[in-house]
Ligand binder design. Sequence first.
Ligand code: SF4
Length: 386
Amino acid sequence: MKYVDEYRDGALAKDIAAAIAAASDPTRNYAFMEFCGGHTHAISRYGIEDLLPANVRMIHGPGCPVCVLPVGRIDDAIRLARDPRVTLCTYADLMRVPGSKGMSLMKAKAAGADIRMIYSSLDAVKIATAEPTRDVVFFAIGFETTTPPTAVALKEAMARDLGNFSIFCNHVLTPVAMRAILETPVSPGEPPIAIEGFVGPAHVSTIIGTEPYRVFAEDYHKPVVIAGFEPLDVLQAILMLVKQVNEQRAEVENQYIRAVKPEGNRTARALCDEVFELRDAFEWRGLGVMPASALKLKDAFARFDAEKRFAIRTVQAKDNPACECGAILRGQKKPADCRLFGTACTPDTPMGSCMVSSEGACAAHWTYGRFRQQANVAPAAARRAS
Ligand code: SF4
């Protein structure tokens, strides 16, 4: 496939892996976080960790929008969908995310709730237009990448003067979560997880550009390399991070120059600024309640705000106590550290959000990495011991 296969070339991948091995200092360890679930998926899918030297370790981050949505907001959506007036429109992954008491949108739909899976925010607008007697709610989630399409849907609903369309807004912000990871103790009294640099998000950065990451380089002395989602992109970003660490540099570098401009997408950002404003605080699964970490509709658009229209008051709810999603999303544990992984919890029977989306660390590890990891236990241990 033109413009994709070039970034999946096995021989080139081996060359870059060799360059990483040559550049890495064997007397020390390197730990980098790939913030974004798309990178987690690529790392599992293409076996990138198997290509890295034993002293270069990747830590999965929380950049999977389905994974970080807290149980309380899933419960809100289920309550909304059970309202006989409401048609709830949602992207497919959200259907299977467990809420409280074993419920999910999928189970609510099976019990009769009017829940429709859509592929685009504008599909929800079309449904509202075609079915004026229904109260159509778009369950909007995601990082900065999916925020502009939600704004587009709102503007389209305004243009059509739809009185039966609203948005349940759950859009969250990447830089705030990156900062939380660098500042959150592993447990009370302990330091935050040791990360020496970030593989920065691809799609998010096409919107926000490179500037919002500067704070991590300047204030935290953590290099950030924005990378595309193909395997050669990820490997090249890791090589760039290793070089920065070796040279004691902390800069924001852009590996993904074919898509990310320093200023991001000004049109999309202006549209979002027009429609959204910061929430005082928002709960993230695994990261807790973080101030100014999410968006809500501005008061000028209150008539499209499902939280106001349906007087939604989110109640915090606990995850399954055996699920380690929280620690995985904070980069403190790996999927295989969870005793439910691959036993009670699989993509067919997800017990936690990280097993639902293909960007979730547990789902990616199950789909691509589980067997390889088992096969590599002995060689990896031998490599470390040598
Ligand atoms: S394997 Fe399942 S239960 Fe365990 S952390 Fe992952 S999603 Fe949660």
